[in-house]
Write a protein of this length. Structure first.
Length: 159
């Protein structure tokens, strides 16, 4: 077995001396985060997906929300001061972020886009985000994610 190849997200966490735990698992095909959490026996409340959107201003934004929840587009737009937002198309994810669908993480994208983490993360000791490629997860403290992404917390969930 060779040495684990680090993703951009892991290198940034290491450089900032942020403690994290890595989880590597088999991922034949990515369906969605709920499928992965079920496969690995993980709690939905601590497992977060990364959504990338573009505003009317043509600025990109990153949102981290629990995997089993839906984003409220109006709340998300309000959180970043935009009139409206739309999801970045799957085919454009790599070009915008440097990551692929299922391996997209808020840390270490091509540019430092404004990042908003759902407020439920504030109450967690640890959260799970993608590690930057399929089959890789990062477990870290929500406050560390907020700090390293220069993010903020907001209510982003559709009721």
């Amino acid at each position: 077995m060779g040495k684990e190849v680090k993703t951009n997200a892991m290198r940034i966490l290491d450089r900032n001396k942020i403690p994290y735990k890595l989880n590597v698992y088999e991922c034949e095909e990515f369906i969605d985060g709920v499928h992965i959490a079920d496969q690995l026996g993980q709690d939905y409340a601590i497992s977060f997906k990364t959504l990338v959107m573009i505003g009317k201003s043509r600025q990109y934004y990153v949102f981290a929300i629990p995997i089993d929840k839906e984003v409220d587009m109006k709340k998300a737009a309000r959180a970043v001061g935009e009139k409206s937002l739309e999801m970045v198309h799957v085919k454009d994810i790599n070009q915008v972020t440097g990551y692929i669908r299922g391996g997209c993480t808020p840390i270490g994208m091509k540019k430092n886009y404004p990042t908003v983490i759902h407020e439920s993360a504030k109450n967690l000791e640890v959260m799970i985000i993608s590690g930057g490629r399929l089959g890789t997860q990062i477990f870290l403290a929500p406050e560390d994610l907020r700090r390293v992404t220069k993010g903020e917390y907001a209510d982003l969930i559709a009721e």
